[in-house]
Design a protein. Sequence first.
Length: 369
Amino acid sequence: MAHCCKPVKPKGKLSKMSEERILELVSKKVLGVITPKEQLELSALLGEHPEEQQQVGVLYEYMAAGYHNDEAVKQRKAEESWSRVLEKTTVAQQGSPFTDTVLPVTKKRRWYAVGVAASVLIVAGALIWFMAGRPAGTGKAANIVATNKGSKSMVVLPDHSKVWINSDTRLNYDESFGKGLREVTLEGEAYFEVEKNKDLPFIVHTSNMDIKVLGTAFNVRSYANEANAQTTLVRGSVQIKLLNKEAGKKIMLRPNEKAIVRNAAYHAVDAADTAEVTVVAVNRNGADSLIYETQWVSNRLAFENERLEHMLPVLERWYNITIIMKRKAPVQRTFSGVFDNDSIDDVLKTLKLTMGFDYRKDNSLVYIF
């Protein structure tokens, strides 16, 4: 007598926790920071839900498109990938969490998604636009917004504060941001427009100082390979608490003032005659009356009385190049000027004439002699 096979019980729908974990792991895979153990975990999760594999594959393709090459290429690739996403999700299974909650086909969401993918990936919460409208998860991992050399980004925080992020920068904030605290940690440079909330001060932590504000616009620059860290106030007011030799000292800035804090990690020799912090008035570029410190937000590369040795790391980040000095930098010369969407070749030709050096460019390598 023939016996009928026991029916196979269909796999259940992905839980919200599994869905969010997949998004986090896919984000790490795109960034190239996924561990072998996490890769096995991702494979196991998809193996339990094979119906989701196509959606995750399309999602990975779309996310990866926004993480490579220059801004124009990113935009084009993101647009192409998003078209494929829309194409494939129209025939996706009903009830898929990646169709129902992750990829709603609306014009507003479409352009927001393209904007995010074309600029930056947000890990551990997994991508802000995927999580929009969802309740917070149970994990406590920080959101990380990171830009590569040669790229910039803009992000809107949960409290609606806006942050423009310069190249080679990391901005961290906990998923509980805005729920009793508004704190971020910055490595690099960012321009903040903070939503006013007198009950919840906004605090930016850097390696040299903490900046506390209520609602204002200001620029913070804190790179480990630069001699100084800086906070420039555009409007409102900020309080700076030093974390260096004068730890605990507090400084109030007024609009159009800049605090320059000595970066002890940069200086091999601790010079006693160098001030730990200096407050100066900011100058405006005569051509457009904008301050030099925030020109980068408009994609302009600006320098004010800068020595060549201090310009080199800026050029490396801006153009994603490596500069090798074959001679000592001319310390007696400084440069002031603004480059508006100029190529690295045009910048080098200008600096060659004004700073008195020669150079040779070999793809992404520049030799100065």
